[in-house]
Design a binder for this molecule. Sequence first.
Ligand code: GSH
Length: 211
Amino acid sequence: MKLYDFPLAANSQRVKIFLTEKGLTVPTVELNLREGEQFKEPFASLNPFHCVPVLELDDGTAIAESVSVCRYLEELHPEPSLFGRDPVERATIDMWNRRVEIDGFMPILHAVRNKLPNFKGRVIPGYRSELPQLPELVERGQDMLKVVLGRIDPQLAKSEFIAGPNISIADITGYFMMNMARNLEMDIEGPYPNAFRWHQTLSERPSTQNL
Ligand SMILES: N[C@@H](CCC(=O)N[C@@H](CS)C(=O)NCC(=O)O)C(=O)O
């Protein structure tokens, strides 16, 4: 198998953290997204969504979603588990991962893409267009993040990690949600002290160093 990635891309880094937490290595092919290599063949046919990461299996199957790549690798190497060991753990981790990703990470990612100058012309991942950056989406993304942080802060007061006592895929997703909030200079520490502590804990793990 072969992992296509770009080391500076958040979704590539999600897989990289997962691999480090599992103690795994996978042969990697680096694509330079800034040079538009995601639009060039043969990668463009491998993933018509023109995004990384992609795990290409030896039979040519392309797994082109970061969480799906992680889930596949977990099936091959169940320990240490980052998706849960039994039906309840698996459902709980999946629930938190979806809440963090859908309610928090996606809105704040679109806020970042609609604000930072380097995303001009690139507001949709893997798609080049003249669609303008919209300040309303920046504001709405930040408002949505505040709602989700208000909801997860009490959970993080009770639990070191979002889905229980051990790190899971939901924390890896959450780490990037919190990084995006930091990119937009949002105040997290005052209103959401437990979420802030969670981000600090994740930032200090060996797997998030040298990304
Ligand atoms: N839902 C996908 C998102 C992948 C994604 O957005 N990748 C970005 C890098 S973080 C990308 O490849 N962007 C290429 C571009 O914008 O041209 C996943 O989780 O893997």
